[in-house]
Design a protein around this ligand. Structure first.
Ligand code: PGA
Length: 251
C-alpha cells in the first residue's frame, strides 16, 4: 500500500507576515494520520517555516536546488546539502515553470535529482506535457522521455526514494484540471514504464497529480488507482482549502 502524499508548492508567493499566518492556519488543522503532508515555501522563508512547524508532522521542501551537492563557488545557488542542513526533507526537480521559463534541460535535471539524493533529500520529479503536445497526441511520448532521461542517467533504483508528480502544463494555474480518467491514463503509463525496469520499484513509487487541484475535485482525482496524492499550487496558499485537500487524500 502506498501512503498518500499532499504537497503544497507556494511558488514565489508570501511575505514574512503572510507566511507566518499561513503556517498558523496549517498548525491548527486537524490532519489525518495516514497522509504525508509537505509544503514548499520560497528559499527565503524555509527557515521560518521549519522553525514554526517544529513538532508538527508537516515536512518542508524546497522548490529548486543546485545541480551539485556540498558547498562551493556557485553564486546565487543553494545546494541540496544546504537545504538539508536548513531542515528540508524534499525538493522539487523540474517543475514546468523551471523547465519552460528558466530553460532547465533533462540533462541538468538529472544532475539536480542525483545531487538531491546524495544530500539525503527526496526529489519530487515533475513531468508533464504542454497543451500543444497533448493536442498533437504526444502526451505519453513527452512524459515518457522526461522520465526516461532520469532512468537512463541514474538507473531505476533512483526511484526507490523519490516521488513523481505528473503535472500537465495546460492545467497549472489555469483552472483547467485533467479529468480523473485523463490523469489516470498518464499515471498508469508512468508506472508501466517504471515496471518495465523493475516492478517492485514501480509499485512503491508515489505518483502525485498536479494542476488546478482544489478541494472540489480532489476526491475524484485521488480516487483513481494510480494517483497517490497531489502537488498543489494556488489552493495550497489557503490553509483551510489545503487541509480539505489533505483530508480528501486520507479517505
Ligand atoms: P496549481 O499549480 O495548483 O496552481 O495549478 C500546481 C503546480 O504548479 O504545482
Amino acid at each position: 500500500m502506498r501512503r498518500p502524499m499532499v504537497a503544497g508548492n507556494w511558488k514565489m508567493h508570501g511575505t514574512r507576515a503572510s507566511v507566518a499566518e499561513l503556517i498558523e492556519g496549517l498548525a491548527n488543522l486537524a490532519l489525518p494520520n495516514g497522509v504525508d503532508v509537505a509544503v514548499f515555501p520560497s528559499n527565503l522563508h524555509i527557515s521560518l517555516v521549519v522553525d514554526c512547524l517544529e513538532g508538527q508532522s508537516i515536512a518542508v521542501g524546497a522548490q529548486n536546488s543546485a545541480h551539485e551537492a556540498g558547498q562551493g563557488a556557485l553564486t546565487g545557488e543553494i545546494s541540496p546539502t544546504q537545504l538539508a542542513d536548513a531542515g528540508c526533507r524534499l525538493v522539487l526537480v523540474g517543475h514546468s515553470e523551471r523547465r519552460q521559463i528558466m530553460g532547465e534541460s533533462n540533462k541538468v535535471l538529472s544532475r539536480k535529482f542525483a545531487a538531491a539524493q546524495e544530500s539525503g533529500l527526496t526529489p519530487v520529479l515533475c513531468i508533464g506535457e504542454t497543451l500543444e503536445q497533448r493536442q498533437a497526441g504526444k502526451t505519453l511520448e513527452v512524459v515518457g522521455q522526461q522520465l526516461d532521461s532520469i532512468i537512463e542517467e541514474l538507473g531505476i533504483d533512483a526511484f526507490v526514494n523519490a516521488v513523481i508528480a505528473y503535472e500537465p502544463v495546460w492545467a497549472i494555474g489555469t483552472g483547467l484540471t485533467a479529468s480523473p480518467e485523463q490523469a489516470q491514463e498518464v499515471h498508469a503509463a508512468i508506472r508501466a514504464q517504471l515496471a518495465e525496469e523493475n516492478s517492485e520499484v514501480a509499485q512503491g513509487v508515489r505518483l502525485l497529480y498536479g494542476g488546478s487541484v482544489k478541494a472540489a475535485n480532489a476526491v475524484e482525482l485521488f480516487g483513481m488507482p494510480d494517483i497517490d496524492g497531489g502537488l498543489i499550487g494556488g489552493a495550497s496558499l489557503n490553509a483551510d482549502e489545503f487541509g480539505a485537500i489533505v483530508r480528501a487524500a486520507g479517505n
